[in-house]
Design a protein around this ligand. Structure first.
Ligand code: FAD
Length: 414
């Protein structure tokens, strides 16, 4: 570890490793250090709730790079180490152990942490989250002897974990506070499809259900009590209720924070020479109805990392692409492109019962997003419709005899 770096990255997740990689690929010759709180070589998170949880992959299968790569690219990986505070004017980061590292430019890529419940019993041992490899390893160890899992939260992570547990033969219950699954991110038809999918795999899904407390025995979680008094015994209690962006050291240093660190189109925070990328960032996005968004996805973190490298290298920045995302549950592959918030029409393409269909979201007749379920062609072609802001009628989009790319013909070239 050096005393000073030209570029110091905080966080070796998807965004942090990507920006360092892109800087080197772009010919950046200055010193680069990445500080990471986790005690493992940097890795991808998506397999944690999928193949890793099912016991079908190990962390070595989804590392970004092996240890040699960092040395070969002259990137110092400083881990485990946590940045506790930042002196933005003085260009110094202070580590938990008292060490100080100076920087020319600081890139904050610290992602987020799993949101905790504030309920009686939430602090009991065995109330688990799923954000890090360590979390997933703890869960996997418990799965070996567990029979019953209760998952609090019917979002992507909760549902992917539910699918993994059900595949492994556990008796699974999902508790969701809203009256449908995935309510924040999709429409009723897709929510209903996932409800049906999980129920078909014998998972109990409780909608519009509130929790009174987590019940414990000898300091360990042993069940969940609902507001209506129902007691659900559990060997595993997994909480999947969202993410809190890791912004506190920069917020304390004076950075502007509103649901993530506010950055401009060049990823500059309000602090001098401090940039931010990935899950912890709130940025104006041309494909967002409300203009500013904080997204949580691998493609978004990668795009931020590449684009910030372009900014720092002084080369032209590629324009942002439509955000996209995927989820795997049982044999169902969901691919989403665009942001459906603010849609005024949603068209179903294909037969929901067949397990292969898409939902095309429109705003004022323009395609703004798609959810594609086992429909890879719709996803690939739909991306182009979103990117080009194509106008199409609901009846045309619903017609599966017409490939989505046919609607691109309506795009006017300047
Ligand atoms: P992170 O990956 O969170 O990395 C940030 C790093 O910074 C962490 O290692 C953290 O320990 C470190 N850090 C934080 N604070 C400090 C500090 N003060 N000092 C030093 N280090 C610090 N996305 C998809 O697109 N598709 C999927 O299928 C999908 N599945 C997922 C499944 C799971 C279980 C999880 C948890 C996420 C999934 N995601 C998925 C989301 C995706 O993984 C994230 O959007 C992505 O990892 C964000 O990358 P990031 O670099 O912004 O942050």
């Amino acid at each position: 570890m050096l005393e000073a770096y030209d570029v110091l990255v905080v966080g070796a997740g998807q965004a942090g490793v990507q920006v360092a990689d892109s800087l080197r690929k772009g010919g950046f010759a200055g010193t680069v250090g990445i500080i990471n709180a986790e005690d493992s070589l940097p890795y991808e998170r998506p397999p944690l709730s999928k193949a890793f949880l099912r016991g079908e992959a190990e962390i070595d299968d989804f590392l970004f790079h092996n240890a040699d790569w960092y040395a070969q690219h002259d990137i110092d990986l400083i881990a485990p180490a946590t940045v506790e505070s930042v002196d933005a004017e003085g260009h110094v980061a202070m580590l938990e152990d008292g060490q100080r590292i100076s920087w020319g430019r600081l890139i904050w890529a610290a992602g987020g942490r799993a949101r905790k419940l504030s309920l009686p019993g939430a602090e009991l041992a065995g109330v688990l989250s799923l954000r890090t490899h360590q979390d997933a390893a703890d869960l996997r160890q418990r799965v070996g002897t567990a029979h019953r899992a209760v998952i609090i939260g019917g979002g992507y992570i909760g549902l992917e974990a539910a699918a993994a547990f059900a595949t492994l033969g556990l008796d699974v219950t999902v508790i969701e506070a809203q009256d449908r699954l995935l309510a924040r991110v999709t429409c009723n038809a897709v929510s209903d499809f996932y409800l049906d999918l999980h129920r078909k795999h014998d998972t109990t899904v409780l909608l519009a259900s509130g929790i009174e407390r987590i019940v414990g025995e000898n300091g360990n979680a042993s069940g969940v009590e609902l507001l209506d008094g129902t007691l659900l015994p559990a060997d595993i209690v997994l909480v999947g209720v969202g993410l809190i962006p890791n912004v506190e050291p920069l917020a304390a240093a004076g950075a502007t924070v509103t649901n993530g660190l506010e950055v401009d189109e060049c990823f500059r925070t309000s602090l001098p020479d401090v940039f931010a990328i990935g899950d912890c960032v709130n940025i104006a996005h041309p494909f967002a109805a409300d203009s500013r968004v904080r997204l949580e996805s691998v493609p978004n973190a990668n795009e931020h990392g590449k684009a910030l490298a372009e900014v720092l290298l002084g080369v032209d920045q590629a324009p942002p692409s439509p955000p996209w995302f995927w989820s795997h549950q049982f044999d169902v592959k969901l691919q989403t492109v665009g942001l459906q918030t603010g849609h005024d029409d949603a068209v179903i393409r294909g037969d929901v019962e067949s397990g292969k269909f898409s939902v095309v979201y429109l705003r004022e007749g323009r395609v703004i997003a798609l959810d594609c379920i086992n429909s890879v062609a719709d996803f690939a072609q739909g991306k182009q419709l979103v990117k080009n802001g194509v106008h199409a009628s609901a009846s045309e989009l619903a017609d599966t005899a017409v490939p989505l790319k046919a609607h691109l013909a309506t795009v006017k070239t300047p």
